[in-house]
Design a protein around this ligand. Structure first.
Ligand SMILES: NC(=O)c1ccc[n+]([C@@H]2O[C@H](COP(=O)([O-])OP(=O)(O)OC[C@H]3O[C@@H](n4cnc5c(N)ncnc54)[C@H](O)[C@@H]3O)[C@@H](O)[C@H]2O)c1
Length: 324
């Protein structure tokens, strides 16, 4: 083959490859590190077996689905949330569909806002299984109300639950992980932890605070106890009860219905990508379908432009009540 022809072929291939990569990126449902880890990295089926995993908010949505997928990996599971009957239901389904026996799953009722109970709950897990390998801080609530209409109590509740409750439980588990010099602290944050949307000012504040806290903790542990990894999982819209349970103008009022969820990512896909993240100790992952993932990149690189697109008039605001 002549040099000229080789050069022509190269000139043709490079743009073609770029177009293929662009198309792959446009179809992507996770950030590039996460997708690379899914393709080439360690598999959850090899890495997570025999671990003790404590999942908060395990009674519905992402936490529930994560419990089902974990139960197929042969881990020991601790299921926490407030409603025992729902947790028992999740336990039964884990036993029906997974590889676990009854003794491998502990149902441990826990209210994240009742911080005085967190130490006792941690001791109960250690008594049952002797160790905690992974803490999945998943429990939380969202918000759908304009700032101007929202009582300060709602802001307090969101910080108490999403931020302080999570920090409190983590602080109870941390000494045990430090003693063992290993562990994974996985926190289900949100796109709202690094970008923002209307009707969610209190939720965004609580998730931004969480991200700051866990990034700070992660750097401390990296220096002093590198066997413990800290991960922020940031999903975009995912099918769950999050909108139904979201707080509105008053603490006593929630949205009450989920609305159409067809545009949101399937809960099972989100949970799978979370497992990939855990198996590969990724520090922060973004999980969402398009166009939400593109918006996340836009918020990083063109925040003014992204902010303008996110808040496009009153009609947009009403739609966003159930979009995120
Ligand atoms: N679904 C989404 O679109 C989405 C997007 C980004 C982040 N998230 C985050 O994912 C996590 C799980 O939410 P989800 O989408 O599965 O919603 P969900 O409402 O289906 O599940 C929330 C879970 O948290 C529990 N919980 C609520 N208050 C609690 C309390 N005081 N104490 C203990 N547990 C409590 C609930 O019982 C439930 O088990 C949340 O932290 C949420 O912020 C969800």
């Amino acid at each position: 083959m002549s040099w000229e022809l080789a050069l022509w072929l190269l000139a043709l291939c490079v743009p073609l490859l770029l177009v293929v990569q662009l198309l792959r990126f446009l179809r992507a449902d996770g950030d590039l590190t996460l997708l690379w880890a899914e393709w080439q990295g360690r598999r959850p089926e090899w890495e997570l077996t025999d671990m003790v995993v404590w999942v908060t908010g395990a009674s519905s949505g992402i936490g529930e689905e994560l419990a089902y997928q974990l139960s197929k990996l042969g881990v020991s599971l601790v299921l926490s949330a407030r409603r025992v009957s729902e947790l028992e239901r999740v336990k039964r389904r884990c036993l029906e569909n997974g590889n676990l026996k009854g003794k491998d799953i502990l149902v441990l009722p826990l209210d994240l806002t009742d911080r005085s109970s967190h130490e006792v709950a941690t001791k109960a897990v250690l008594q049952e299984f002797g160790k905690i390998d992974i803490l999945v801080n998943n429990g939380g609530r969202s918000q759908r109300s304009l700032c101007v209409d929202t009582s300060l109590d709602v802001y307090k509740e969101l910080i108490e639950l999403n931020y302080l409750g999570t920090v409190s439980l983590t602080k109870c588990v941390l000494p045990h992980m430090i003693e063992r010099k290993q562990g994974k602290i996985v926190t289900v944050n949100s796109f709202m932890g690094f970008m923002s949307a209307p009707l969610s000012s209190g939720y965004c504040a609580s998730k931004h605070a969480l991200r700051g806290f866990f990034n700070g903790l992660g750097t401390e542990l990296y220096a002093t106890c590198p066997g413990i990894t800290v991960s922020n999982i940031c999903p975009g819209p995912v099918q769950s009860d999050i909108v139904k349970n979201a707080l509105t103008e008053e603490v006593t009022k929630s949205v009450g219905s989920s609305g159409d969820q067809s545009h949101k990512m399937a809960t099972s896909r989100c949970a799978r990508l979370m497992l990939v993240s855990m198996a590969n100790d990724l520090k922060e992952v973004w999980i969402a379908e398009q166009p939400f993932l593109l918006m996340a990149y836009l918020w990083q690189y063109m925040p003014t432009c992204a902010s303008w697109i996110t808040s496009k008039g009153r009609k947009g605001l009403r739609t966003l009540r159930v979009v995120w």
